[in-house]
Design a binder for this molecule. Structure first.
Ligand SMILES: Cc1cc2nc3c(=O)[nH]c(=O)nc-3n(C[C@H](O)[C@H](O)[C@H](O)COP(=O)(O)OP(=O)(O)OC[C@H]3O[C@@H](n4cnc5c(N)ncnc54)[C@H](O)[C@@H]3O)c2cc1C
Length: 481
């Protein structure tokens, strides 16, 4: 069967969102209301913010406003790698904030542990599997890079194991593997949509009012409060969105990911980048035996254009990554979530990695949008005299880090803090600094496309980075997913 034939029956929907456990839509905003904290966005970022706010101060009146459905954007369609890293990997954190690197790693580890504890405390079944993640080298030039990564990890208290060609294939059998670096502690696998739905349930159980199909269309100060105007998505035949009402809040937290930000200044720092994934049918016991993978760890290869892949609870393989696509003018629309040419590339690479799985079919193929910023990890800030806080720019590693970002937003809004109290989080240089903004269009598109092409060229040239990438590296800039 060709790669194209293996994709023939694939539904263009995220596998995770098709789960029978998906709840029905919650209510939309019923009219005008007031609250202490209004959270915009019902992905992980917003849901963690609402949940942690209630845990810090149960007396707070908290409202979540979600434009569509809970977890239907990146949070319900990702790979489900929940990583401890708050900095898109140790190397990125070390390079940017060497003085804080140790603290950032410790806080990241605490954050991952707190996520696991939250799931237990609130009885959230999100198929949590603390398997760790194994990076694999599929080209000779990637082997020393893995060794170097292992040494840096040891220095910072992690204990990954380096595997040679035989040992890595004893873990997971691909003829393309030359070495592996298995970090057993720093990453867990999760069912992404169940995590989002479970967080929303936990919020409601603590008294948070969650409104779906409620898009915030405007934000303005109103005396000492902020006023958010909201509308429902237009129905067929409607000329414009239907007004729903307004929320007047003492504080606002923005967790709107890659979507056009209602705080205009964020437009300069975040670009929406499409990332795509496939899921296979459940593997038969014979197919499972043919690839090993007894420890079920998440896997990622080590090229600049990389694949990430993992097993689902029912032994399918989720296979994603490689292409990271930016559309002119921060382009975003539902049609861009489907990209047959990328699906075909991904399928070809899948069978090159696992030729033993010849004949396996894909049941789902989809895309989602990532909030990319030029430093690869989230940035934070406030507006309206500290009454609004935001966190954005997670760049493809937000499953775990959004919980930390939620805590930062609550620190910045001073939820549950004594007067004058600072936290370790808000003292971090990472929290106090901003990424370099992207240039305006048409330069933005040109620069991103050039960078993408140069990244692909480096992968073809044994990892050697050309002048353009070296210049960006020196400036601490880049493009990643
Ligand atoms: C295909 C794919 C694979 C990924 N794989 C991984 C992975 O394995 N590990 C990892 O760590 N990260 C991964 N990520 C990234 C991760 O999913 C994100 O970092 C994370 O979900 C971000 O959460 P969020 O809440 O900030 O954004 P989102 O989940 O995008 O939520 C933002 C929400 O805000 C809502 N919204 C926007 N504007 C408004 C408005 N005006 N009014 C009301 N609501 C609004 C949106 O409807 C949306 O629901 C992946 C992403 C994609 C797309």
């Amino acid at each position: 069967m060709s790669a194209a034939e293996s994709l023939a029956g694939a539904a263009p929907e995220p596998f995770w969102l098709q789960d029978p456990a998906r709840p029905g839509a919650g209510p939309a905003l019923p009219g005008a209301l007031t609250c202490d904290l209004a959270v915009v966005g019902g992905g992980y970022s917003g849901l963690w913010t609402a949940l942690l706010a209630k845990e810090r101060d149960p007396s707070l009146d908290v409202v979540v406003l979600e434009a569509g459905r809970i977890g239907a954007a990146a949070s319900g369609r990702n790979g489900g790698f929940c990583a401890a890293s708050l900095t898109h990997g140790l190397e990125n954190g070390l390079g940017r904030w060497p003085d804080d690197a140790h603290t950032l790693e410790r806080l990241g580890w605490d954050n991952l542990r707190a996520i696991a504890e939250t799931l237990t405390r609130h009885g959230i079944d999100a198929e949590w599997e603390p398997t760790g993640e194994m990076s694999v080298a599929t080209e000779e030039w990637q082997v020393p890079a893995l060794q170097e990564a292992a040494e840096k990890a040891y220095e910072h208290g992690w204990e990954p194991i380096m595997l040679g060609p035989e040992a890595v294939r004893a873990e997971v059998d691909s003829p393309t593997y030359l070495a592996g670096l298995w970090d057993r502690d720093a990453v867990a696998m999760v069912h992404p949509a169940k995590l989002a739905w479970g967080l929303a349930d936990a919020c409601r159980a603590l008294g948070v009012r969650v409104f779906e199909n409620t898009r915030v269309t405007a934000l303005r100060p109103d005396a000492r409060r902020l006023r958010l105007t909201a509308a429902a998505p237009p129905r067929r035949g409607d000329r414009a969105p239907r007004p729903l009402g307004a929320v007047t809040a003492r504080s606002v937290a923005l967790g709107t990911g890659a979507f056009p930000p209602i705080l205009r200044r964020l437009r300069h720092y975040v670009v929406p980048v499409y990332d795509y994934a496939l899921v296979t049918e459940p593997l038969t016991p014979a197919q499972r035996a043919a690839i090993g993978w007894r420890h079920r760890q998440g896997l990622g290869d080590s090229a600049n254009q990389f694949h990430y892949y993992r097993l689902t609870a029912d032994d399918r393989i989720l296979w994603g990554g490689y292409d990271a696509v930016y559309h002119f003018g921060n382009g975003m629309r539902p049609g861009l979530e489907r990209r047959p040419s990328t699906y075909a590339t991904l399928a070809r690479h899948f069978f090159a990695t696992f030729p033993q799985l010849e004949g396996v079919r894909f049941t789902n193929a989809w895309g989602g949008v990532i909030d990319t910023c030029s430093r690869f990890c989230a940035f934070y800030g406030t507006a309206y005299d500290g009454r609004l806080a935001y966190a954005a720019g997670y760049t493809g590693l937000g499953v775990g880090a959004t919980r930390f970002g939620a805590d930062v937003m609550l620190d910045l809004l001073r939820v549950g803090l004594a007067p004058g109290e600072e936290t370790e989080r808000t003292r971090l240089a990472m929290v106090r600094s901003r990424p370099v903004p992207f240039p305006p269009e048409p330069l933005r598109y040109g620069v991103i496309e050039l960078t993408r092409r140069e990244i692909a060229r480096a992968d073809r040239n044994a990892g050697r980075r050309g002048l353009w990438l070296r210049t960006l590296d020196r400036m601490g800039l880049g493009f990643d997913s």
